[in-house]
Design a protein. Structure first.
Length: 295
């Protein structure tokens, strides 16, 4: 039986509105500019996100929020993932209502995540203890990292896991689009490269993985079950990383140039796999559930 998730009119309007905002405020030129100025966060864009309700989306209306839920948060984080929006998005979103200014985008909030902290130098508030944090070279130029020595990894917030999966889903969908566009436009031997079976199979695999991940992420947003979230995280991580790698394969050497966003998607996808407990935590959670009572 095929299950289709249908967005309500309000959810579709929310997604489309966020896509339009990001198209205006963080287009391809802005992405390249951000990559050339690493470790600098666009505060004006951050406040614009706050005004649009990105951070206050799940905050109750009586507290000045939008009063929506996890499904809507997943939709906007997916859009953020599509365009590689930089910054500690999940940490600031989770801090709305707890840290003054987080909900409106006036305050940038980061958090200690295992032994890593993203955007430490730009954050106004860091949740968790980060004594002795030392900068480290990040694979992703748009995600500066610090490591906290001796920090033991705590169990991640399931919402942070799900929002990370939503960003990975955005990357998976975007790289699939980029691969298909390039396969249609690029010609070899007088034919579009998409006509060749090897390239067509790569694009089909990317689509299959991204749509499978989409169903899992959307379902987990509805149930909010930690095991559903863990499964969605694993599928989304695979769809993003493998999809970005296959997209690079379709583009060839062009995908590694700074004029292309393809390599940036792969680098961000790799960095995200270490967020919110990483792949290992989700794998262990599912394994524990599957083996419970087996002995």
């Amino acid at each position: 039986m095929t299950v289709r998730f249908r967005l309500t009119d309000d959810q579709r309007a929310l997604r489309d509105g966020m896509r339009q905002l990001l198209a205006r405020r963080f287009d391809g030129a802005a992405l390249r500019g951000a990559a050339e100025r690493p470790e600098r966060l666009d505060r004006a864009l951050w406040r614009a996100l706050g005004e649009a309700g990105f951070f206050a989306l799940r905050l109750p209306e009586e507290q000045g929020g939008v009063g929506l839920g996890l499904p809507e948060a997943v939709l906007v984080f997916e859009e953020a993932g599509r365009v590689l929006l930089p910054g500690p998005l999940a940490a600031t979103h989770l801090a709305a209502g707890a840290v003054p200014g987080a909900a409106t985008g006036e305050t940038v909030v980061s958090a200690v995540d295992g032994g890593l902290v993203e955007w430490l130098a730009e954050a106004d508030v860091v949740r968790g203890d980060a004594p002795g944090a030392v900068p480290m070279r990040s694979l992703d130029p748009l995600t500066p990292l610090h490591r906290v020595p001796g920090r033991a990894a705590a169990a991640p917030d399931p919402v942070a896991v799900l929002l990370t999966a939503a960003e990975q889903l955005g990357t998976a969908a975007r790289v699939c689009e980029l691969a298909v566009q390039h396969a249609r436009a690029r010609e070899q031997f007088g034919r579009p490269i998409g006509a060749f079976q090897a390239v067509a199979h790569l694009c089909a695999g990317m689509l299959a993985r991204s749509e499978t991940a989409r169903a899992a992420v959307y379902a987990a947003a509805v149930t909010a079950d930690p095991l559903d979230i863990a499964a969605a995280r694993l599928l989304a991580d695979e769809a993003a990383v493998r999809g970005a790698r296959d997209c690079l394969q379709v583009h060839g050497g062009m995908g590694f140039t700074w004029e292309s966003e393809v390599h940036l998607h792969l680098k961000r996808a790799w960095v995200r796999t270490h967020r919110a407990g990483g792949v290992t935590h989700s794998e262990e959670a599912l394994a524990a559930a599957l083996t419970a009572g087996a002995a």
